[in-house]
Unconditional design. Sequence first.
Length: 286
Amino acid sequence: MWRTGAVATTVAALVAVSGCTVQTLGPPAEGTTDGPTPAGQTPSGKTPGGTSPTPGSSPDDAKPSKPKPTAPPAPAPRTLWSKGDRGRDVRELQARLRQVFWLFEGPTGTYDGSTVTAVKGFQGKRGLPKTGKADTVTWQRLLKMTREPGKWELYASGGQPAATPDPRCMTGRVLCVSKTSRTLRWMIDGRTVSTMDVRFGSQYTPTREGVFNVYFKSRHHVSTIYDSPMPYAMFFSGGQAVHYSSDFAATGYYGASHGCVNVRDEGKIATLFSQVRNGDKVVVYW
């Protein structure tokens, strides 16, 4: 048997020859790790404060969070137009409401009861307060749902300003008819007596342009071609006449004549019919 002293001598010799260190069997001693120490930890795996980090968290998680800034409150809707207001902007509001079928009458430029009802319906459908007033929120919603209305959408119910009279209208008794503004001026010696909205023929039955004269008047005329009434007819070129049109009064510029100059205001054309004489001049121009 080996003696204890001999064993110790032999082990010491082997260590010296192999150059290896003696490894202790069992779990590693406290303070050892298998990789780099995570930032913010001590070699023992504890945070500098002595607490062990929660798996999946960083030391910053333990810091008090800063309060998040709060968004400023949205400004209250501002009323743009309400009942009784007038103008071009009100006309556009009405034209856009007409595009989405909340208003069926043509724009008038006056914020009336029908407009209030239409705005309330539009607001209620979208969960907005049903005030009947066109505020900033209501207007923005309407803008997103509609397109810019054209000129004759804005004036589907008339009210457009009359164009400057043609120079040929400045002398004598003249029915001065502008295709640009769709208006008729009844003029005597350069003075405008009355103005009214008019409608013309379609591209297939255009109203003739030029200088003519009234050659025949018929209070209760009926077209022999189309079998349609032509009250207060004042003929100036073949079968073309200035006359009242109930269709124009009902549908506005969404229709057209067969070449005649239609007037929508029966009261105005009745007065005009009583004043115009055979031989009075008619000027149709752009």
